[in-house]
Design a protein around this ligand. Structure first.
Ligand SMILES: NC(=O)c1ccc[n+]([C@@H]2O[C@H](COP(=O)([O-])OP(=O)(O)OC[C@H]3O[C@@H](n4cnc5c(N)ncnc54)[C@H](OP(=O)(O)O)[C@@H]3O)[C@@H](O)[C@H]2O)c1
Length: 326
C-alpha cells in the first residue's frame, strides 16, 4: 500500500481507503462479525483511512468504527460527515445544530476531536452562503474537529469550497464514467493544497464488471430504491447512469482493456493515476472485496494509450447518459 498526503491535514493516508456506508446496514444487514472482518482486513492490508457519516445507519457505522478503533494501538484516520441528519437537513443549519451533530459523532467514534469533518452534500444555497464554513472554522478552533472539508455533488460546489483557506479536503464523485473533474477541478484543488477523496470509484459496483441485468438488490439498498433519484441525488446511485445503460457501458469498457486486465483493477488504477487524487474510498461488502481493492495501489499505472482511449470512450459513449448534472 502506498500513501499520499491528504491536503492541509498533512496526514499520510492510504491510496485505497474504506468507504463505510455499508457498515450502517444501509445496503442490507451486515452482521457484527462481518463488519469487524471488513475493518480488520482493511487495516491488515495497509488501509489507514476510513470514511463514514452520522447518517449511515443512524450512527451505527460510526459506532462500529469507534468500537473497533478504541482497541487499536495505532489509530487510523477517520473522516466523518455532518449535514444530512434530520435536525439539520434541509433547513435546520445553525452553528449550534452543527456543533451538536459533531459532538454526537465524536461520542460514537470515541474521540475528543474528529480527525476530519466533511460537510455532507449540504444544499448548494447553504454552502454558497458561506456561514457554514465559518462555523466549521470556529469549531476547529474550539478543538472539536482537527480538520474540515466538504463532500459535494457538483463540480461548481467543489470549485467554491476548494477556495476557502481552511478547507483541507474535498470528497467528489469521480470514476472512469465521470471524468470532468480532471480539467475542471483538480488543478485548482492542487493550487489550494486541498486533498481529493474519491467516492463511488466503482460507480456503485458497475465498474466491478460483475453487474448483470438480472441482479436483484435488497429493498434497503439505494441501488434498488434510488435508481432514478427518488430518495436523494441521482448521481449517488450508479453514477447517475440508468442501470441497464451502465451495465452495457461497463461491458464496452472491459472490451477496451487488454485481455488480462479486469475492469475493477483498471477502474481503481485509472483513478490513482491522477496525481491530484489522494485516496479512493471504495465501498466493500465483504473482507475479500477490500483485500482485492487494496492491491490496486501496487498495480502498475495504465499506459498512456489506454488513458487516451478511456478519455475518448467517456466523451463519446458515457457522458451524455449521466443524469443529475456534473
Ligand atoms: N454524499 C456522500 O458524501 C457519499 C455518497 C455516497 C458514498 N459516499 C462514500 O463513498 C463510499 C463508496 O461508495 P459506494 O460504496 O456507494 O460506491 P462504490 O465504492 O463505487 O461501490 C461499492 C460497491 O462495489 C462493489 N465492489 C467493491 N469492491 C468490489 C470487489 N473487489 N469486487 C466486486 N465488487 C466490488 C460492491 O458491490 P456489492 O455490494 O454488490 O458486492 C460494493 O458495494 C461509501 O461507503 C461512503 O463512504 C459518500
Amino acid at each position: 500500500m502506498k500513501y499520499r498526503t491528504l491536503g492541509k491535514t498533512g496526514f499520510k493516508v492510504s491510496e485505497i481507503g474504506l468507504g463505510c456506508w455499508q457498515l450502517g446496514n444501509d445496503f442490507g444487514p451486515v452482521e457484527e462479525q462481518m463488519a469487524q472482518d471488513i475493518l480488520q482486513t482493511a487495516q491488515r492490508h495497509g488501509v489507514n483511512f476510513f470514511d463514514t457519516a452520522d447518517v449511515y445507519g443512524g450512527g451505527i457505522s460510526e459506532q462500529r468504527i469507534g468500537q473497533w478503533r478504541g482497541e487499536l494501538s495505532e489509530k487510523p484516520f477517520i473522516a466523518t460527515k455532518v449535514g444530512r441528519n434530520p435536525d439539520l437537513y434541509p433547513s435546520g443549519y445553525s452553528k449550534a445544530s452543527v456543533r451538536a451533530s459533531l459532538e454526537a459523532s465524536a461520542r460514537r467514534l470515541g474521540v475528543e476531536a474528529i480527525d476530519l469533518a466533511q460537510l455532507h452534500c449540504v444544499p448548494r444555497e447553504v454552502l454558497f452562503a458561506g456561514d457554514i464554513l465559518a462555523w466549521m472554522e470556529d469549531l476547529q478552533q474550539e478543538g472539536l474537529i482537527r480538520h474540515f472539508g466538504a463532500s459535494v455533488e457538483m463540480i461548481d460546489e467543489a470549485v467554491f469550497a476548494v477556495q476557502h483557506p481552511k478547507v483541507a479536503s474535498l470528497q467528489v464523485l469521480f470514476n472512469m464514467f465521470r471524468q470532468d473533474a480532471i480539467t475542471e477541478l483538480f488543478p485548482i484543488a492542487e493550487q489550494n493544497n486541498v486533498g481529493i477523496i474519491v467516492r463511488l470509484p466503482l460507480a456503485s459496483g458497475l465498474l466491478s464488471g460483475k453487474m448483470t441485468l438480472d441482479r436483484q438488490f435488497a429493498e434497503t439498498d439505494h441501488r434498488s430504491y434510488n435508481q432514478d433519484g427518488a430518495a436523494f441525488h441521482v448521481g449517488e446511485t450508479f453514477n447517475g447512469l440508468p442501470y441497464a445503460t451502465g451495465v452495457a457501458l461497463a461491458n464496452e469498457a472491459q472490451a477496451l482493456l487488454p485481455n488480462d486486465m479486469a475492469l475493477l483493477d483498471a477502474a481503481l488504477r485509472w483513478i490513482l493515476d491522477q496525481p491530484q487524487v489522494t485516496s479512493v474510498i471504495a465501498g466493500a461488502s465483504s473482507a475479500a472485496q477490500i483485500e482485492r481493492n487494496a492491491k490496486a495501489s501496487d498495480l502498475a499505472p495504465l499506459d498512456s494509450v489506454l488513458h487516451k482511449q478511456l478519455a475518448q470512450f467517456y466523451q463519446e459513449r458515457v457522458r451524455e447518459h449521466i443524469r443529475g448534472g456534473i
